[in-house]
Design a protein around this ligand. Structure first.
Ligand code: G3I
Length: 303
């Protein structure tokens, strides 16, 4: 196959990208995105600050722009993200206790209700674990509402849209030897044991010199999958754009049946949150295919 999406589809997987609504008027951007990818994540437009700018007052203009572009072009959509310590609307940031807990529940119901039946998988909770060696939760206003906030978010999400897969999504949980990975693994194992509804784990996979790709990545994917959840690579970018590393990532996913898809976090280097200089994506800033693109396509086509 000659595109990433079609090549991934040979094994029942998808290949996606983050889409920024502000770039949908750029025809080079939309041409590449439409040709290569068959899954879309809104880079910012479905986050808490974008979708609920005032309490109880929802705004889906940006989210719908991305959603409609995707669906009109035959792509599926991952939802990103419902409960996160970052990118909260200003009104939510100072909240605490039971009123914040209720605001989180209302937010999940409002956003998932709007997109009910339309989303492949939601990142229900994003980045709730701490960096470093603790393996524990990150401090945040949501965490201070009580340790059960994550399971409440997942139970709320299941009721709000039973058709969507429900994911926990985080960065620096790709290296199996890291405490943060083990912390998330233990949470997922506990959720499965107690019947808390969770269907998938998102490995963001932002690789750079501080958190490089490690050859135990496949072990991480296999280990989460063995708990009975799907694994998705949700925000892949590799600083410097090594073709070899990109191929390793794809091959690790292909080696695990429950690794259901890969999303890169932008189309061209100039679209990356890291800046074009990081050269972390599959297309250069002029829209040309990079060696990493070819490496990914070849891997998806079976080497
Ligand atoms: O749209 C406003 C613009 O109006 C304003 O003038 C400008 C000035 O700051 O800001 C613009 O908003 C920026 C937005 O991106 C759109 O470009 C925000 O400041 C900026 O903070 C925001 O950054 C996003 C970041 O999440 C915020 O946390 C990145 O685009 C987005 O790629 C990044 O994505 C995250 C995932 O959601 C979660 N995992 C990590 C990943 C990378 O940080």
């Amino acid at each position: 196959e000659s595109t990433l999406g079609a090549a991934a589809a040979q094994s029942g997987r998808y290949f996606g990208t983050a889409i920024a609504s502000g770039r949908l008027g750029d025809s080079q951007y939309t041409t590449i995105a439409n040709r290569e990818f068959n899954m879309v994540t809104a880079e910012n437009e479905m986050k808490m600050d974008a979708t609920e700018p005032n309490p109880g007052q929802f705004n889906f203009s940006g989210g719908d722009r991305v959603y409609n572009w995707a669906v009109q072009n035959g792509k599926r959509v991952r939802g990103h993200t419902l409960a996160w310590h970052s990118q909260q609307p200003n009104w939510m940031r100072p909240m605490e206790g039971s009123s914040l807990r209720q605001a989180m529940i209302n937010h999940i119901n409002g956003v998932m209700g709007h997109y009910k039946g339309k989303i492949y998988a939601w990142d229900v909770v994003n980045e709730a674990f701490a960096d470093g060696n603790s393996g524990g939760r990150r401090d945040s206003n949501l965490q201070r509402t009580g340790n059960d906030w994550i399971e409440v978010a997942f139970r709320t999400a299941r009721a709000a849209d039973p058709a969507a897969k429900l994911c926990y999504n985080d960065y620096n949980i790709d290296n199996w030897s890291w405490a943060k990975t083990q912390g998330v693994y233990n949470m997922v194992r506990d959720f499965k044991a107690r019947g808390v509804p969770i269907d998938c784990v998102g490995l963001q996979s932002h690789f750079n010199s501080n958190s490089p790709y490690n050859s135990n990545y496949r072990t991480t994917i296999q280990s989460f999958a063995a708990l009975g959840v799907d694994v998705q690579i949700t925000e892949l970018d590799i600083q410097g754009g090594s073709a070899t590393t990109y191929a390793n990532v794809v091959n690790d996913c292909l080696a695990v049946p429950r690794c259901t898809g890969i999303t890169v976090w932008g189309v061209r280097d100039s679209d990356s949150w890291l800046g074009a200089g990081a050269a972390p994506l599959l297309f250069d800033s002029n829209g040309n295919k990079k060696p990493a693109y070819t490496a990914v396509l070849n891997a998806l086509n079976g080497g």
